[in-house]
Write a protein that binds this ligand. Sequence first.
Ligand SMILES: Nc1ncnc2c1ncn2[C@@H]1O[C@H](COP(=O)(O)OP(=O)(O)OP(=O)(O)O)[C@@H](O)[C@H]1O
Length: 470
Amino acid sequence: MFDSFQIGCMVLGSLVLMAIAVPVVLPVFLPLLIIFVLLRRRYIVTSREVKRLEAITRSPVYASFSATLKGLPTIRAYGAQHRFHDSFLSLLTLNGSWWYAFLSTSRWVGFRLDVIAAVTLAAGVFLAMAIRDRISAAILALALTQVLQLTGMLQWWVRQTAEVENAMTSVERMLEYTELSQEPPRLKEGGKAPPPGWPASGAITYSDVWASYRPGLPPVLRRLSFSLPGGCSCGVVGRTGSGKSSLMLTLFRLISVDQGTIFLDGLDTSSVALDVLRRQLAIIPQDPVLFSGTLRSNLDPWDRHSDADLWEVLGAVQLKPAISEAGGLAAPMSEAGDNLSVGQRQLFCLARALLQDAKVLALDEATANVDRATDALIQSAVRDFAHGARRIGGAAAADADGPGGGGRVLLVIAHRIDTILDTDQLLVLSNGELVESGPPGELQRRAGGVFAGMVDAARAAAAQHEEGAH
Ligand SMILES: Nc1ncnc2c1ncn2[C@@H]1O[C@H](COP(=O)(O)OP(=O)(O)OP(=O)(O)O)[C@@H](O)[C@H]1O
């Protein structure tokens, strides 16, 4: 910005000096000025588009490079080095061709600007010769030395002004971000604090809840009404796309509730500051999220727990041996948790959620990548926590009076039906609506019921699988 202003002033100064020294040159300046403005406009439009295409084709080069680095063992195992090498080269060539086009546009405008500068100089010299008796030789010499520098300056000025215009698109994008609708306020931004001691239990009530992902989209949850008492474990089942994950998201206020109310321990969740609400809830999503750092900083980011607590929770999720082998809590965690298997990453996230000691623990198909036996162990460890029978630090929960009392609520979306058969309650969703709810045993016995049908189908598939294995 400053560069372009400075050079602009220098160019203008040289031209003014020339106009003072040889006033008859002014009529020549005018057409040159028009040509200059037209050239600059054409160059800026073209170079902006070419630069944009160059930037668009550059991202896949980086993406391919980092994906290849991440997947080196897999690429080697499948002997796909040549395929990856070729695809990387073709991406690089495409990007290179746009970079070449960008350089060509610069040369294109550079040549024309040099011609303009040369014509200005020549016009000045010839006209000065014609009227040499009437002008001061000293001023003419000064003007000519200044105009001589125009050759490089004009090019530099146009490039700098183009850069300023291009850089302004980033400012434009930033301004767009400032206009994005924001999440509801947090406590320190003026959000409402809940009454002291809230939530005493993790009791959840949905009252005629309708929710959609964005205004204008069809609702993904419809007339949802149910109650889960504190200390209860609840399985959520339904076909893919039935709204199980969306149900969890409404609890976290990640998607908006169009109609109806969600209560946590009797308090409307929309009335509480967002951060306070989310602190009471823990989720283990389908894709585990881990950061580079140490295992400890990932497990306890705010450094609130002792090593003994951390080892206890790692034991509860069956990760103790693996973490000891990896070098203990101080061992480094590589980016995205690459040094753990996918299943171990999920267990690690589970341990982190358990440490949070939230009132509601939601598992969104969290054990999809662990084997059946580990899955069952995890489900039972999690249920212990939900019922308050175990708490990090060894003390039994004071509110451990089972369903109907205090304790935590456990919400489980499971991909294996048999892992949620021992929950206290089931919610069966279909197309965003609650079609059945009640204890799993009762739903299983319901003749012609949706859940009974799902159990039969799951068992038939398992039997078929076993037969195939034999
Ligand atoms: N980000 C999104 N934007 C718009 N619609 C979405 C979005 N995510 C999901 N949906 C829609 O919401 C509905 C419910 O999806 P949801 O992910 O809650 O189902 P689900 O039962 O959890 O499925 P799955 O078992 O496959 O995870 C689907 O119709 C889906 O198309």
